[in-house]
Design a protein around this ligand. Structure first.
Ligand code: IPE
Ligand code: IPE
Ligand code: MG
Length: 238
């Protein structure tokens, strides 16, 4: 079983852009630009790997601490990505969604989100959830503050959690990938990843491609997932 709906949900911490750029003698922003290209490769190859939902960590709430110039460049890339990719997403059946806080994002980014979400809402082949100004702990806090007594199961709290970040309901993360060599979660999808298989690669994000995604998914399919019991449950209908 993947998500409750039998869908395969993969989360990716796209890390290592800055170090990749520095290693190539470029500005960190060049790494972020190359990172967008890597994201496009992964989005394109995801349906072929059997992935239904892809959650991409693009900007964490803690990333506001970075220099204003880098934050500005990242926001510009996010707006451009959403505006430019909407048409391609419609063509390829991709639904674009943005999760995270919206109130602190610059207006052009908010407008690009509204545009891309509206344009692609009919996409059924793949859901791409771009996390912008995202903090899992912050989302859990906001959901807890709104908690009605009727929300008493992990599933219903999960749905509430998705809604505080403006996302539509999504099942738990099955496979959690982080590039860039660090072995940590950095506040991404903490609740949703309770039973996620964790996959860490040293490769920086700009070098990640379709073959690497397929390798990660193949590794995932070989895992024995027991969810606390003794009997392995199928990770995902092949
Ligand atoms: C990930 O790459 C992208 C963002 C966090 C926005 P980094 O910018 O963290 O790259 P490194 O980890 O410094 O190499
Ligand atoms: C996590 O990477 C956030 C994104 C990839 C968007 P960071 O580079 O911000 O995480 P830390 O600082 O290494 O934990
Ligand atoms: Mg980093």
């Amino acid at each position: 079983m993947g998500t409750e709906r039998g869908e395969l949900h993969v989360a990716i911490v796209m890390d290592g852009n800055g170090r990749w750029a520095e290693a190539h003698g470029c500005a960190r922003t060049a790494g972020h630009e190359a990172g967008v290209e890597a994201a496009l490769r992964v989005i394109e190859s995801a349906p072929g790997c059997g992935i239904d939902a892809l959650s991409l960590y693009a900007f964490s709430s803690d990333n506001w601490q970075r220099p204003a110039s880098e934050v500005h460049a990242l926001m510009g890339l996010a707006a451009r990505f959403l505006r430019e990719q909407a048409a391609r997403a419609v063509e390829s059946g991709v639904r674009l969604e943005v999760i995270g806080r919206r109130d602190r994002l610059p207006a052009p980014v908010r407008h690009a989100i509204a545009f891309a979400e509206r344009a692609t809402q009919g996409g059924r082949r793949l859901r791409v959830r771009v996390a912008l100004d995202y903090s899992a702990r912050d989302a859990i806090l906001r959901a807890a503050r709104r908690l009605p007594a009727t929300v008493a199961t992990h599933e219903s709290f999960g749905a509430l959690l998705a809604s505080v970040d403006r996302g539509t309901p999504v099942g738990p993360v099955d496979l959690f990938i982080r590039t860039g060599g660090e072995r940590r979660l950095s506040d991404f999808l903490l609740w949703e990843s309770a039973y996620a298989e964790l996959y860490f690669v040293d490769m920086p994000w700009p070098e990640f491609g379709a073959v690497d995604l397929a390798e990660a998914v193949a590794w995932f399919r070989g895992r024995s997932r027991r969810f606390g019991g003794l009997v392995p449950r199928r990770a995902h209908p092949a």
